[in-house]
Design a protein around this ligand. Sequence first.
Ligand SMILES: C[S@@+](CC[C@H](N)C(=O)[O-])C[C@H]1O[C@@H](n2cnc3c(N)ncnc32)[C@H](O)[C@@H]1O
Length: 280
Amino acid sequence: MTALEAWKQRIIACRRQRSQTDSEQWDRTASWYGSWVQENDYVDKVFPYLQEALPADARVLEIGSGTGAFTLPLACAAGEVLAIEPSRTMREHLDDNLQAAGLSNVNLLSERIEESLPYIQSRGPFQLVFASFSLYNIPDIDLVIGNLLPLTQHLMILLGTGARSIWSQDLYRQFSGEERVIPPQLDLLYPVLLEMGLFADVRIINASQNYPYDNEKALIDWWMERLKLPSSRRRELQDALRPLILKRDGQVGIFQKRKMALVDIDREKQNRKDLHNTNP
Ligand SMILES: C[S@@+](CC[C@H](N)C(=O)[O-])C[C@H]1O[C@@H](n2cnc3c(N)ncnc32)[C@H](O)[C@@H]1O
């Protein structure tokens, strides 16, 4: 099996296990997601690396902006941002956040990246194309990367490493009776890049994965809903979650760490490598 086939198969397996489409899921959880982002530190840890790739007045393309975790700092640091976000509710939150911050240099596009490529080509070039946890549902990832690379100096992709979060896997196994299929991450992306003949730098970043709640009841309610459990299993869920629940600065929650990967495909390094290959 090729690396690209392995990537596509994982997406098919993921879609088979989920009862909602990707857009339905993000439309439903956008509000929760916006607050979740505030409780975690991955933007603070990753943004300095993006800044290194941003000259003054840079033009940036951001794929899958969500509620704007990176869009707002990007808009502050760059000249112009083209932000692609297919979920309507995510876009509404992003719009509100941009307005509240008084930022007017972001143009929003409502299609998925796969469908926006011809338009994006007409809007290039960019100094940075950035995707944070947003390429996991694109079967033809080689086409998307292949089309974006000629348009940008840096293509940076933030995603999970592929290492499983043991506690959440255990929860899903116990309560849904099956292994949760996780979307494709670095362990499947990097082989695709190698197959495409691309050179990429990878940084591993240790970030928080915090789930804070108002109180323990709200925490249990949230996981009951997420795991779609009948009330008869509430006690069992409570027992399973109890060892994970902590109180930090008066806040109840599950506070964990997770590793993520920042992939940087630098076109200049790519060109040097291509030159080296043709003139060894
Ligand atoms: C996990 S959220 C990440 C949001 C934001 N980038 C962040 O790091 O907080 C994933 C986002 O990617 C968007 N997305 C999913 N598939 C996409 C696609 N094919 N093209 C563009 N955006 C996509 C979703 O609508 C969602 O808002």
